[in-house]
Design a protein around this ligand. Sequence first.
Ligand code: FE2
Length: 517
Amino acid sequence: MTKLILNRRTFIAGAGAAASAFAAPAILSAQSIWRRYPFNLGVAAGDPSPDGFVIWTRLAPEPLAEHGGMAMQPLAVTWEVASDDRFATIVARGDAVARPELGHSVHVEVAGLQPDRPYWYRFRAGGERSFDGRARTLPVAGSNLAALKFGVAGCQAYDDGYYTAYRHLAREDLAFVYHYGDYIYEYRNGTVRPGFTGGVSVAVRESVGDMLYDIADYRRRYAQIKSDPELIRAHAAHAFFHSFDDHEIANNWTQDHDGDTPPEAFRLRRAAALQAWYEHMPVRRAQMPRFGDVAMRRAIRFGDLAEIDILDTRQFRTAQPCDDGFKTRCEGMSSANASVLGAEQEAWLTANLRRDPARWNCLAQQIMMMALDRRTREEPAPIYNMDSWAAYEAPRRRLLNRMAGLNNVVVLTGDEHQNFAGLLHDDDRPVAVEFVATSISSGGDGQDLRPGSDRILANNPQLKFINDQRGYLTCEVGRDEWKTNYMVVDRVSTPGGALSKRATVSVARGTPALTVA
Ligand SMILES: [Fe+2]
């Protein structure tokens, strides 16, 4: 076995590599082993608990170069956590190893911290120091709490627009951010593709590379996106709970299927994509892929105020009926064998909804649960989104039936690239509310109402609010009222978009009804 020799020369990024678009932001220190600054992807924290959180970074002196510009050897990294933003009082520190097997990413599960307060963290490697990040621990589970404010964000197609919403999100005072996925999109660069909103989508900026298939492809795409200064800012400001949706791998995949690809071939692409997802997300070791699968679902207790169940609506779902797409009814929609969560996850969720009650039960997931008629013009029969819960009638009915009587369920959703708020019915009775968050950038600038939205509102009395601008949600959870703020930016096609609060939609605990203000 060859002994690893970690010397100065080994870690100098390859000379003569093409100049990166991401020039080193810092002057390298005298003791530095680096030719370029290695922390270009920033830092992140995630999965906070009452006594800690994960801290993350990935060494990439040249983010777009092969291996991020790293030599293919492990490298020692140190980390520290402080109780103040000047790092005067260090409360935890340690060593970690950035390994080539994991793209030189580092995940540290920090523990032993105090509940419900902010901490600051940073890394060092080879004589250089990272940016500082900040993260809050959660309150003690079950403790009596008056309020919680958290953010909801996702769908950040790089080509579609700037991440201005993230710059604004970074300034919010939040306990954490829930990310509903589509952190990357797998599409090739520069594609003028069918727009998410109809017509064509014209690139504002260009993703690097071709369509993503192997681990190097996915790593490079993450490296580019993670280099975005506004995204870096958001991660440095808040801990995130990450999930994934479809575009972390491929459009509208479920289980081992993405349409026409043989499942055994798709499995290989899926495994590569989920490894890259793990490498770039501040998630726990429990979320490390095992034989290509990720244990993504998890439950968060926020004192006695809220239980948040993060759901996985992709890995265990049966394929979309009616060959996917936006279609009129087909027989497959009522299949008794259809599943969104899979039997095991569904049993887990049912048990969570039944146990010792929090004031609010929140399902943080990906695809829309309201069964909306999507007709935007005169057409003879209702049209449904086959990639949403609407097309999975049996499991949808089972879940809504379990929510009935709780009268404290809030469903959070992404995927649609539009804002929605509405009611979920078990038979004719409203049993829960759903807040659908728009996108950070996917779909481009948008407008208040997309053409045809008036018809969608008219055809769907359960729908109370719709908006087609980019942005994020903030949820202000009190003991008796849940308020969701729809924060939107006026544009993403050029930098510097202005933020405004488009609406606040609220629900009283015990009464599944919405007030729009
Ligand atoms: Fe998306």
